[in-house]
Write a protein that binds this ligand. Structure first.
Ligand code: AMP
Ligand code: GLY
Length: 426
């Protein structure tokens, strides 16, 4: 193998973590990130190109002699960036980590994902799918279910398309708003109504070459803005890996009843898949159920999962692209990793950007991953809702998280906020 040039698409904490891990590989020549952030600028060359601007990305890939494309977020995958590479004579030999459009529909359409699970006997909540034409059947379906009612916009809705409602009439009204008034735009032209599952959630990650797969460490993320899991949903306020309640028996049930049938199901359905599968799970009693599929890594879960993997990331992903994942044995750091996300004041509602961040020069084993940051004439400024993710290790997640709090204590920007209870429920 020769040293390679890598292009990472995206600009969040997940992408900075990929960049950090690639920077440690002996097989890395140059790293590029489009568009990247102030953290990736330290390790790589940022390219000012949007993740969905395929033509400009193509020019950059050729100009910079890219040997591997790693796609961070779901949007370019659902829009078909992998297919775009395969269909272009100049790009088709360049490996892409991230599935083609067909497989990306697992995240791009809730109904597609539910039908896939039902076809392959993968445990998930009972459901029905409805459109404006079948709204009356949707009302009848709701009447037959018990509260709370779970309504999901079929398409991508930036994590906002799921409603959980206690009152039947309100659920019917919201169904009408989604289907008839495009409450979530085109994403809610179809709605999936689901049985409510009660339990604790966790995130499961699988890397597959389409035939073989490796199960990455699991993680738990903290989605709500407020301590004690209160307030609005966010992209994720922190994460912990490993997950203490995922014991051996539960882990095996996930592998046997969910991961294996998922990868086998893709093969049976003739759906090529090269990349990460992120399975959102819920533990009901002792049984794991699938809440959703994502076709990428999680953010901020990546910030605790990748640092626990000892393998060389270039070797791992090149083996994935070449269909040789069965040659790889995953080596894990047994310690706990915890990440705490700091956000801009006001997030996840309106917030201001452009605040100067101080105290970033830390000298410890903890890693300060950047999410929404921007480099401006040598200064690091806030540039998003989620700003930083501080990852630390420890013998327990409690020990790890204390180290992240110590680091965050020394960092400052106007309006800075982070949750002080990451992992405390475990
Ligand atoms: P999703 O976008 O499908 O991951 O849903 C967002 C969040 O809604 C999940 O992380 C769960 O907390 C919750 N949720 C989704 N589906 C269900 C369900 N069937 N039962 C209970 N909670 C759910
Ligand atoms: N942390 C959840 C996600 O990446 O979707």
């Amino acid at each position: 193998m020769k040293k390679i040039n890598i292009l990472i698409l995206g600009s969040g904490g997940r992408e900075h973590t990929f960049c950090w891990k690639f920077a440690q590989s002996k097989w890395t020549n140059r790293i590029f990130v489009a568009p990247g952030n102030a953290g990736t600028a330290d390790l790589a060359t940022n390219l000012d190109i949007a993740v969905n601007d395929f033509e400009t990305l193509k020019r950059a890939v050729i100009e910079n002699k890219i040997d591997l494309l790693v796609v961070g977020p779901e949007d370019p995958l659902v829009k078909g960036i992998h297919d775009f590479f395969l269909e272009d004579p100049l790009l088709k030999e360049i490996p892409v980590i991230g599935p083609q459009k067909h497989a990306a529909t697992l995240e791009g359409s809730k109904e597609f994902a539910k039908a896939f699970m039902s076809r392959h006997n993968i445990p998930t909540a009972q459901y029905g799918g409805f459109t404006a034409e079948s709204i009356d059947e949707g009302y009848v379906f709701l009447e037959k279910m018990k509260a709370p009612y779970v309504l999901k916009a079929d398409g991508l809705a930036a994590g906002k398309g799921v409603l959980i409602i206690n009152d039947l009439q309100e659920a019917k009204d919201e169904l009408a708003k989604m289907l008839l008034e495009q409450k979530f735009g085109a994403a809610s032209s179809k709605v999936v109504i689901e049985e409510f599952l009660s339990g604790i959630e966790l995130s499961c990650f699988v890397l597959t070459d389409g035939t073989h797969y490796l199960s990455f460490p699991m993680a738990k993320d903290y989605k709500r803005i407020g301590e004690g899991d209160t307030g609005l949903n966010t992209g994720g306020m922190g994460a912990v890996s490993p997950v203490p309640f995922a014991d051996q028996k539960f882990y095996e049930a996930i592998q046997e009843n969910i991961v294996k049938p998922t990868i086998d199901g893709l093969k049976k359905d003739d759906i090529p898949y090269v990349g990460f599968v992120f399975i959102g799970l819920i533990r009901v009693g002792d049984t794991p159920y699938v809440i959703e599929y994502n076709v990428r890594m999680g953010d901020p879960e990546t910030q605790v999962v990748l640092p626990r993997i000892k393998n060389d990331l270039v070797e791992l992903l090149m083996a994935t692209a070449q269909g040789k994942l069965s040659d790889i044995i995953l080596e894990l750091d047994p310690r706990s990793a915890t990440t705490v996300v700091s956000v801009s004041g006001g997030y996840p509602e309106a917030y201001e950007k452009g605040k100067k961040i101080s105290g970033l020069d830390t000298h410890s084993e903890s890693i300060v991953f950047h999410a929404g940051t921007h480099l401006n004439q040598g200064e690091v400024l806030t540039n998003g809702g989620r700003v930083l993710a501080v990852t630390s290790f420890g013998e327990s997640h409690k020990e790890a998280v204390e180290k992240s709090y110590e680091i965050l204590n020394g960092i400052n920007y106007e309006g800075m906020y982070y949750r002080k209870d990451i992992g405390f429920d475990l």
